[in-house]
Design a protein around this ligand. Sequence first.
Ligand code: HEM
Length: 506
Amino acid sequence: MSALFLKILLLLLSTLFSLFVWVFVLPKVVYRRSLPGPRPSLIWGNTLEFARNVGRAPRVFHRFRDIYGRCYQVWFFYHRIAVLSDVEDVKFIAQTVNAPKATAFKRTLTVFGGRGLLIVDEKLHPTRRRVIAKHMHGDFMRHLHEHIRAQAAIWAKKLREAATRDEPLDLDKTATALTLDVICSAGFGRSANAQADLNEELPQAIARTMFELGRNVALYPFRNMFGWYLNPPLRAACDVIQRFALDAWHTRLTEPPEARQARPMDLLDVFLDAVGEGVKFDVLSEVVTFMLAGHETTAHSIAWTVYEVAQRPEVQQQIQAEVDALYGERTEFLLPFEDVARLEYLGRVWKEALRLHPVAATGTYRELPHDVQLPGTGYVLERGTKVLMPPYVLHRDPEYWPEPEAFRPERFTREAIAQRHPFAYQAFSSGPRNCIGQAVATHEAMALLGALYRHYRVQLACAPSDVAEFHDLTLKPQLVIGPRRQPHPGAGLPLRLSARSEVVRA
Ligand code: HEM
């Protein structure tokens, strides 16, 4: 009996050992010299370096680039990832190869909301993308503008109250609520009411989900396998989001045809019509994808722009001169739709803020469908290699961006853009899987920032160094306190506002 037990135990131990060698050791030996990179430990790989720098992954990638160059490898446990930041390599992977999203990344995101456009399989992607993109301009943008106007009326009131009482206002928090209400009402015909109460179920659920998503992506595979099952609040948060999406969908299905005819088409109509025409669409996943991809990103980018401008009075004055010229005698809060695109200088400021603080700072994981030789750095990468192309790293390369840490809107004049490699700027990524919401985000940001600078003089309510970059799934401003620079719970970007002009009508 005991001999049998010993044999089984031995068999078990040798199986576990072989598995360990196969999964953790062998790949690190095989790929040891294929790319430069930090030395990995057998089990953790380089994960501990990232765990020690929670919220600062983009900085870690940037530091490694300075040491190992524009193509290096890091290990997350047994996952090997090639990190690229050469413009020709980025162009090749994003555009020529159009490398699909990595399986690990897709799995992590699927549990939260199915497979929407961001992670849908490469076979289904082109049709879905075409159907949605065809709609996201013209009438849709005008319709979006009306929703921004309606939701910004609540925001305008909050700004006015903060200015009148001379109280600090957390711009990142209020903009996050505003952009969530905008995407939900303009996209799916249903406001999230986040501005009314950030402690509402839906905004809370979204904040939790974004945080957990970031951690799961960073700590794949372990958190991915166990995190979901051992984290009931996270599952509950996902249920809340899915319930909102389902409710919006069901309300739409029971809408009388006359009501449908009387209003402009929105994103939910596009998804539902496509299903009706036989396109393979997962409506629920798309609603969740657009809801999550389409608000925090824009809100943090607005906050970063304001953060940079607040440190440069001359830039703020130039923005004010531009908005004043466009507003003229108007007393409304927002500019009319057509005038928003005329905010040229503000557009340059926004692009420069997104260069320094690209909210999709690390990009998404891709996986090579075949062996490739990189045209820029010349390295050969094997089929199945996971690839990251962090905009944060690319945007700080002195060869493409002289004095990269300096804030210079003039980098985005037409002449300056024409002289630069088009792939040096990756805030919205490039190629067939770039950001489908770029025009939406830009219009929304220009309209809101234009209104902010028209009506208020804006100052930081803290020292610039008290605001740190924090990266979970997106790169957000985070107020830090004390000598250990602990994150201040729930605070993003505190501002002081003083009124410049009176708002008569939203
Ligand atoms: C400043 C704001 C935004 C930034 C910086 C941003 C950035 C990005 C980036 C870098 C990607 C590509 C990710 C990749 O390489 O796989 C992406 C994809 C995507 N974004 Fe955005 N985004 C923003 C706003 C929006 C908005 C407002 C929407 C929705 C209206 C949106 C919806 C999407 C979707 C659906 C995808 C997946 C596209 C595809 O795979 O075809 N984004 N975004």
